[in-house]
Design a protein around this ligand. Structure first.
Ligand code: PHE
Length: 462
């Protein structure tokens, strides 16, 4: 993916922002954010999440941008080059490979559920059901051993074709139209959801922090969600940044992408939770199935008297969501496929197919962990939860810390300053704060969160 040719650069500054936003905005916002918010008690979790987004997520994103644009190479070479030729830094290249495979394996399961919902919407399968039917139907579907695996396979195959044919740019161009459309749909749905009975209870859950619900794991969960949502810490954005033009303001871009991403996540919360409280028998901590139960219900309740609108709305919404998932899944497959392509001198299609095959096997494990393999656990978690834990709560924070330490301590400060100020042509008022964060705050904060998770501070509260 190294960039040697000017024609590869994003033609406009907005192109660069939108491509990174395409990777960032996806199921992480519409599916994972409400799941985590529900499981971690609501408003207090959101506060901590937004704080981590600003203080850790954005700085690590800018760190990845800086490394990628300066080195103009893939992750392995970027770290090697910028460390002044120290071979050990080449190991950083393992992060995108391992994380790309792990994350795509379980992400494709949820993207597969979304695709199944497109087909359901197409066949008008949501019409005329009681609220609780959606919960029962989803439970039956997701625990099946064949159907969800098949939809996972279709998503992986679609992602593979796009990466193998090298047509990401085309997809990303399409995403430029579809992402704003998704945004408009989300806004309309927020309005719809807020009009449901008992919506105010959902608003209280989202806006009124109840710190008694904050457990010791909330910090790790909020940090994991911030990193996952921004796609940071595993080198994904380094690769994008090597296509950035020299006049892109990296800090401004990082802040813009994070703002779009956080806004989409928060708005998704405003769709889901008012609906949760208006459905009898559903609780906010229902887990990964939450979105798939509440959304069809919102469509039917709000547009129930206008079945055509309910039909069109649910179909277009799930289609847009699949698109958003694909722009993210492409970036995941590309991360690992690019490595195989270079390392073993394979062709693009062959390396994409090999990685996809591995993801399909692992994805099957993840899908089965909702049904037939529910009782198969590793460290107390099923495969789906284990992969999610490994990526969001382990690899991303560790990778992010190493990147911060690398840029803050190993790379010459002149390089950092030159990239942040575009060789002195722009002002970068946040530079001192940014440098402080990557040198001290981020590494220390992430390590403290890990230490807390390992129970090292228990004696303080005893
Ligand atoms: N950020 C993406 C989302 O919110 C997920 C993602 C994770 C994409 C890691 C690339 C790498 O859906």
């Amino acid at each position: 993916m190294a960039n040697t040719n000017n024609s590869n650069l994003f033609a406009s500054k907005i192109g660069a922002i939108l491509a990174a936003a395409g990777s960032a905005v996806g199921l992480g916002n519409v599916w994972r954010f409400p799941t985590e918010t529900g499981a971690n008690g609501g408003a207090a979790f959101i506060l901590i999440y937004v704080l981590f987004m600003l203080l850790l997520g954005v700085p690590i994103m800018v760190t990845e941008f800086t490394i990628g644009r300066h080195a103009q190479s893939d992750v392995t070479e970027s770290f090697y080059k910028m460390s002044g030729g120290k071979k050990g830094w080449r190991l950083m290249g393992l992060f995108p490979v391992v994380s790309g495979i792990l994350v795509l394996s379980y992400y494709a399961v949820v993207a597969g559920w979304t695709l199944y919902y497109v087909v359901e919407a197409l066949g008008n399968g949501f019409a005329g059901k009681e609220a609780i039917d959606y919960a029962n139907d989803f439970a039956a579907f997701s625990s099946d051993s064949v159907q969800p695996v098949m939809w996972t396979a279709i998503i992986i195959a679609m992602t593979c074709c796009i990466v193998a044919l090298g047509v990401q740019k085309g997809i990303e161009r399409g995403a430029k139209i579809m992402m704003p459309m998704l945004f408009v749909f989300i806004l309309v749905l927020v309005g719809c959801s807020l009009s449901l009975p008992n919506a105010d209870k959902g608003l209280t859950f989202l806006l009124k922090p109840d710190f008694s619900k904050v457990t010791s794991s909330v910090c790790l969960n909020a940090m994991g969600q911030a990193f996952f949502s921004l796609s940071v810490g595993i080198g994904c954005l380094c690769t994008y940044a090597c296509y950035f033009r020299k006049d892109v303001d990296l800090m401004k871009d990082g802040l813009s992408v994070a703002s779009i991403d956080t806004l989409v996540a928060l708005l998704s919360g405003f769709i889901i939770f008012p609906a949760v409280y208006s459905i009898q028998g559903l609780s906010p901590d229902a887990g990964p199935s939450l979105v798939f139960i509440t959304l069809p219900n919102v469509f039917q309740q709000v547009f129930g008297s206008m079945p055509v609108l309910a039909y069109i709305f649910s179909l277009v919404f799930y289609l847009l969501l699949v698109m958003a998932a694909l722009t993210s899944s492409i970036s995941m497959l590309e991360m690992s496929a690019a490595y195989f392509l270079k390392k073993f001198k394979l062709s693009r299609p062959v390396s994409a197919v090999i990685v996809s095959a591995i993801c399909l096997v692992l994805g099957t494990f993840c899908s089965l962990s909702f049904g037939a393999w529910k009782d198969v656990t590793v460290f107390g978690m099923g495969f789906f939860d284990l992969f999610d834990f490994l990526v969001a709560k382990f690899l991303m924070p560790i990778g992010g810390t190493i990147m911060c330490v690398f840029l803050g301590w190993v790379v010459d400060e002149k390089v950092l300053k030159a990239e942040m100020t575009n060789n002195g042509t722009i002002k970068s008022p946040l530079y001192p704060a940014f440098r402080f964060i990557i040198r001290y705050f981020a590494p220390v904060c992430i390590m403290l969160i890990f230490a807390n998770e390992l129970g090292l501070f228990k004696w303080l509260t005893e």
